[in-house]
Design a protein around this ligand. Structure first.
Ligand code: ADP
Ligand code: MG
Length: 240
C-alpha cells in the first residue's frame, strides 16, 4: 500500500493502540427557545475505543449534531463529563478547547466547508500551515495525500470545478492531514450519490485504520451502515 509521509509520522507517534479514545458521561444539553428551556440531550453516556468507528444514527432532530458538536468541543454541555483519552476536557477555556480541536480532532461536514477561493491542495494544507509547517512542505504533503486519494489531477483545482464526491474527499484529506486522534463526521455522505458516498467511507475507514484514529460518524444513510464497527441509535436526546 502506498504510504504518505503523514502516515509514517503518525503511526510512529501513536503510543497506545488499545483503550478508550473518547468517553462522555451523563451529558445533558438544553436550548432556550422563546424563554423556555428545551432538553436536547438527556444524560448521554457514550464511548469510542481507540481505532473504533462508531455511527450515531437516528431521525432528524434527535440530537446527533448537538452530541457530535459537544464531543468535538465546538459546543459545551450543561452538565456531564467528557474525556479524550485520559484527559478531562469539559470545563476548559475557549483557548484550551481551540488548541485541542486543532491538535487532536479532524472534522468532516455534510457540505464539505472547503474554502472556495483556494485550490484543493491549499485547502488540505491549512491545518499544517496553522501548525507552522512551511507552505512548500505543507503543499507537498497535501498533494501526496490527495494523490493517494485518487485526486492527483485535481491538486490545483478549485472546489467549484469538482464533483461533490471529489470535494468530500478533499475535505476528508483536510481532516486527516494533521494526524488527529479523533475524526468526527456529520452526515458526510448525505450530499453524495451512492457510489461517491461509498468511496468516501472506504477512504475514511482505510485512513483511520492505518492511523489508529477513532471515528464518530453521524448519519441516517443506511447505504453506509456496513462501514460501522458499532451503531448507536438516538431518539429524542437519548440512546434507544
Ligand atoms: P440532529 O442532528 O439529530 O438532526 P440536532 O442536534 O441538530 O439533531 O438538533 C436537536 C434538536 O435541537 C432539534 O430539535 C433542533 O431544532 C434543536 N436545536 C439544534 N441546535 C439548536 C440551537 N442552536 N438553538 C436552538 N435549538 C437547537
Ligand atoms: Mg444533524
Amino acid at each position: 500500500m502506498h504510504q504518505s509521509t503523514a502516515v509514517d509520522n503518525r503511526v510512529g507517534s501513536r503510543a497506545e493502540t488499545v483503550g478508550i479514545a473518547l468517553q462522555a458521561k451523563s451529558i445533558a444539553k438544553s436550548y432556550v427557545i422563546g424563554g423556555q428551556s428545551r432538553p436536547v440531550l438527556d444524560g448521554i453516556d457514550f464511548h469510542v475505543d481507540i481505532g473504533e468507528c462508531v455511527f450515531l444514527a437516528g431521525p432528524s432532530g434527535s440530537g446527533k449534531t448537538t452530541l457530535l458538536s459537544i464531543l468535538g468541543l465546538l459546543l459545551t454541555s450543561d452538565s456531564g463529563e467528557l474525556f479524550l483519552r485520559d484527559r478531562r476536557v469539559d470545563g476548559l477555556s475557549e483557548v484550551e478547547r481551540t488548541m485541542i480541536r486543532r491538535e487532536r480532532i479532524g472534522f468532516v461536514f455534510q457540505r464539505f466547508q472547503l474554502i472556495n477561493g483556494l485550490t484543493a491542495e491549499d485547502n488540505v494544507s491549512i491545518p499544517l500551515t496553522m501548525d507552522g509547517v512551511p507552505m512548500r512542505e505543507a503543499r507537498e504533503r497535501a498533494g501526496a495525500l490527495l494523490s493517494r486519494m485518487g485526486l492527483a489531477e485535481h491538486r490545483q483545482a478549485l472546489p467549484s470545478s469538482m464533483s461533490p464526491g471529489q470535494c468530500q474527499r478533499v475535505a476528508l484529506a483536510r481532516a486527516v492531514i494533521g494526524q488527529p486522534e479523533l475524526i468526527l463526521a456529520d452526515e458526510p455522505t448525505a450530499a453524495l450519490d451512492g457510489k461517491s458516498g461509498k468511496a468516501v467511507m472506504e477512504l475514511l475507514r482505510e485512513l483511520t485504520t492505518e492511523f489508529s484514529s477513532s471515528t464518530v460518524v453521524v448519519t441516517h444513510d443506511p447505504r453506509i451502515y456496513d462501514y460501522a464497527d458499532r451503531i448507536c441509535e438516538m431518539e429524542n436526546g437519548r440512546f434507544k
